[in-house]
Design a protein. Structure first.
Length: 81
């Protein structure tokens, strides 16, 4: 079974996208083809993933406790109202 590297990115400029928030951390899934085209695959609040321009984000390195809390596959992750 292949391990999938989960990365997190900080939105620094949401552009005209109303579904992104500046200064918010998002989970990014690996997508080599999208990366070649200048896009990142980002998981939004609904748990769905969408492509956004890479220039909207910067990668962030988080401590292990933060990673566990932010992972979309974490059953203990609190949902926001």
């Amino acid at each position: 079974m292949k391990t999938v590297a989960i990365k997190f990115v900080l939105c620094v400029n949401p552009g005209d996208n109303e579904d992104l928030e500046a200064r918010k951390v998002y989970e990014s899934l690996p997508d080599p083809q999208a990366a070649k085209d200048g896009y990142l695959r980002i998981i939004d609040e609904s748990g769905e993933d969408y492509l956004y321009p890479t220039k909207y984000f910067v990668p962030v390195k988080l401590p292990p406790a933060a990673l566990r809390g932010l992972r979309s596959d974490n059953p203990d992750r609190a949902s926001t109202p």
